[in-house]
Design a protein around this ligand. Structure first.
Ligand SMILES: CC(C)(COP(=O)(O)OP(=O)(O)OC[C@H]1O[C@@H](n2cnc3c(N)ncnc32)[C@H](O)[C@@H]1OP(=O)(O)O)[C@@H](O)C(=O)NCCC(=O)NCCS
Length: 221
């Protein structure tokens, strides 16, 4: 809460300084609120990254009462108070979502975009030219009863994670693979290069090299 209060104070001061420097006319109120919101997120992201640099949150199991548990509680508060609302809103266009995820620690390759939700982006690594589809969910934490842990998800180049798919902690997806719409890829599944996986739980459906049964498209009438 102290860290969030610092971000909030910084946002208000930034709006006050902006108000003194720029003549805003009739739109003063709207512009100042917008400046304060943008500043709040910029300060929050800066503080979040500095905090995690000082107290890194590591992959693996988190023991009750450990320092890692304390770090996790501070870390998750930023998500609950600020970051989840951006991720879940669907309001931000894909290029801005990319910048947002990069800012909070995701490693996304060139030309990779997501309109899904990446929980715990600092533990995800996605290669170039990949897409995480609309409403897809990458869940990198393991919150199961009293168990708390994080395991990375690694996704290669030219991968499609289908709309509405859920990918759980520890999954590795090879280059050129496709996860179908609505699939649930269970923990620590290894999806090979060029494989197509779908269903609940996800199973190998075929390969992008043409092993899926091909269908002749019927002519349009
Ligand atoms: C998986 C997928 C690539 C298969 O497409 P395709 O190669 O044209 O294959 P078909 O539609 O002919 O289906 C082939 C088999 O996969 C099964 N299948 C297709 N989609 C499936 C799904 N979402 N879940 C489970 N099984 C699926 C079919 O039932 C079929 O099974 P069968 O051989 O036993 O009949 C496609 O359905 C898909 O989910 N694409 C993801 C698109 C997407 O969400 N992109 C991101 C947008 S934001």
């Amino acid at each position: 809460m102290v860290l969030l209060a610092c971000a909030g104070t910084g946002a208000v001061l930034t709006a006050v300084v902006f108000d003194r420097l720029v003549t805003l006319g009739d739109f003063r109120g709207v512009v100042l609120v917008a400046v304060a919101i943008v500043a709040l997120y910029l300060y929050a992201i800066l503080i979040f990254r500095l905090f995690l640099r000082a107290f890194p949150l590591r992959a693996g199991e988190i023991a009750e009462g450990s320092q890692q548990e304390f770090v996790y509680h501070v870390y998750v508060l930023f998500f609950l108070m600020l970051f989840y609302s951006i991720m879940r809103s669907g309001f931000m266009p894909a290029p801005l979502m990319r910048l947002f995820y990069l800012a909070i620690g995701a490693r996304l390759g060139a030309n990779t975009y997501t309109q899904g939700i990446i929980h715990d982006p600092r533990f995800v690594e996605i290669g170039d030219n990949s897409v995480v589809g609309q409403y897809a969910l990458l869940i990198l934490h393991v919150i199961e009863g009293r168990r708390l842990a994080h395991y990375p998800i690694r996704i290669g180049h030219n991968v499609t994670i289908g709309a509405g798919a859920t990918v759980l902690a520890g999954v590795v997806v090879g280059d050129g693979a496709i996860v179908s719409t609505g699939a649930v890829v269970t923990k620590e599944t290894l999806i090979g290069d060029g494989e197509i996986w779908g269903g609940i739980p996800a199973r190998l459906l075929g390969r992008t090299s043409g092993l899926l049964p091909s269908r002749e498209s019927p002519p349009l009438t």
